[in-house]
Design a protein. Sequence first.
Lengths: 354, 320
Amino acid sequence: MSLIGADVRIEVAEEHNPDRKGGADREFVGRTPWQLAWARLRRDRVAMVSLGFIVFLMLVAIFAPLLTALIGHGPNTQYSTTGLSPSGIPVAPGHNGFLLGTDDQGRDVLSRIIYGARISLEVGVGATALALGVGLVVGLLAGYYGGWIDALLARFMDILLSFPILLFALAIIARFGPSLDLVLIVIAMFSWPYIGRLVRGQVISLREREFVEAARALGSSDLRIMFVEIAPNLIALAVIYATLLIPVNIVTEATLSFLGLGVLPPTASWGNMIAEAQTGDLFTVAWWFLVFPCVALVLTTLAFNLLGDGLRDALDPRHGRSNIIPPTKQQRVLAKLRKRTAREAAREAERANA
Amino acid sequence: MTRFVLRRLLYLVIVLVIITFVTYVIFFAGNPTNLAGRFAGRDASPQAIKDAAVRLGLNHGFFYQYWHYLLGLLHGSFGLDYQNQVPINSEIARAFPVTASLVLGASVLWLLIGIPIGIMSATHPRSLRDRMGTTFALTFLSMPTFVLGLLLLLVLYYYLTQAGITWFPPAGYVSFTQSPAQWAVHLILPWFTLALVQAAVYTRLVRGSLLDVLGEDYIRTARAKGLSRRTVIYKHGVRAALTPVVTQLGIDVGTLLAGAFVTEQVFGLTGLGQLALNAIRNSDLPVVAAVVVLAASFIVVMNTIVDLVYAVLDPRVRLA
C-alpha cells in the first residue's frame, strides 16, 4: 500500500455544477501521474516521432527473417554473380535488386542492416536492463541502509566509474574471446554504477519521508519497505535514465565491434559493417556500404535520445518545457462541441438581427 | 594545501594498486602456458614454449609476477613488452605526444564551440537560436566518433581530393618538431571529429547549468541594482555556471590522454590508443598494464587539478 502511489484516483466531475466560477469550462477529471505524463508526451511531436521510429525498428528486428525473405537476400549470402561487378566491385544501390547496394563480398547491405538492428537492440536494451536491475538493487541497499553498507557500495561504484572503461572492456573481451553475451555483460558491468548512484541519491531522501515511517510503524520488513514502498517511486527516474542509457550502450557495442572486439563477422552488426567498409579504404569505392550503416546507427541513437528528453519533460515537469496539464480527450471533445454551439448561437443571433 | 595534495597522492597509489591488480587478474584468468605459447613463435616446441615462459617471467607465480611489476613501477619502469622485448617506456614516449597533440588541440576546440553555443541557448531559452543549439547538441551527441570521423574523411578528404581540391591530407601523423604546419594540417580532421562530439556534451552542460544559475536570487538582485544584461550574464552567471564544465573537462581530458582509441583508429594516428589496442590484440600484458596505469594516473591527477581550480573559482570551497 503506497500512500503516494499512482493508484489514488480522484474523480471530480464539475460538469453538473453550473454555479461554479468559470462555468462548464472548468470540469476537473482526476488523472494518475502516469496518465498526465502520457498526455504530456503525446503532445510532444518530436518524442512521438522518435517513439514511432523505435517501435518500427523493433518490429524490423523481430521480423528480420521474414523481411529478408521478402527481399530475397540473406544477410550472410555472398552474391558473387549478381552482387559484384565482373571486376569485383560492389553493386551500387538500386541495381540488380539490391536496394542499398552490396558490400565488398557481394552481400546485401539492406539485409545486413536489418540483422544489425537485432544486435544493436539486443545489446542496447539487454545491457541496459541488466544495468538497471543491478543499479536499482545496489542503489536501494546503499541508500536505505546507509552506514558501512553505503560506504562500501558507494566507494565500489566510485572506483568502478574511475576505471578507463573502454580499455578494460577491450581487455576483458580480448581475454575471454569476443561473443555477444560477453559484450552485453561487459557493457552492463560498466554502466550500472551510473544508475546505482542516481538511485542511491533518491533513496536517501525518500527513506526520510512519512510513508516510509508509516510503513515501519505498521511493522513492514526492510525488504518490503525497499521494494514495495520505495521502489515504485523510482520508476519515473528509472524510465528516463534507461531510455538515455540505451543509446550509450548501443554506441558502445558499435564501437567495440568497430574496433574488432565486439560482435565478430560474418554476423552483421552496424559497428563491424562500418569497420569492414573502412578496411583498405573500400568506402571510397563504394560509399553506400559505409554510409547506410552509419545512418541506421545515428538515427537509432538520435531517436532514443530525443525520446529520453521527451520522457524527462513529461515525467519530471519541473525541469521541462511543458509545465502544464494537458486536457483529456473528454475535455478536448467537450471544448470543441462548446465552441461549435457558441458559433451556431452567434450565427443564429446574427440571422435574428437581420 | 600540501596535506590535500599528499592525500590525493595516497589515493592515486591505492587506485593504481587496485587497477593494476584487476588488470593482472583479467589476464591470468586464462592460462599462462597459453600466453607463453603465443610468444614462443609459430609451431614452437614444448622446450621453446618453456624458454619463452622463463624469458617473460611467466614461470613464476601470479603474485610474484605482480609484485615484480609493482617494484618496477616504483623505479619508474614499465618493463619490457612480451612481443619484441623492447622497453615499454620508450614505446610510450613515442606514442604519447601523438595522443597529447590530438586531445589538447581538440579540447581547446570543443570548449570554443561548446560553451558559446550553450550560453546562447541558455540566454535565449525556447527561441529559434536555442532550438538550433539543442539540435546541434543532440545530433552530435547521437553521432559515434567513428561515424563522424569516417564521414568527414569520405567527404572532406576523399571527395574533395577527387574534385581536385587537396585541402586535407590523408590519415597519418607528422610530429610538431618536424613541421609545425604539417602537424596542424594533419590533425585538423581528427581535432574536429573529437571536438564536435565532445562539444555537444558541453553545450548541454553549459545550457543546463546556466539556466539553473540564471534562476537564482542573486541574479535577480544583480539585475535589480541596475547592472547591464551583459555584466549579469557573463560576470555573475557564466562564471558560476562553469564549475560543472571544469569537472567534466578534467574527466574527459584525463580519460582521453590515455588513448583516444576510436579517433586514433579512424585516422591512423599511432598514439597510446593504438598502442593499447595492438597490445590487447596480442595479449601483451605489460603494455596493457602500462596504459592502464597511465590512464588511472591521468584521471586522478586531472581530478586533483580540478579540485584546485575549484578552490580558485569559488572561495567557499576549502581544501582540507
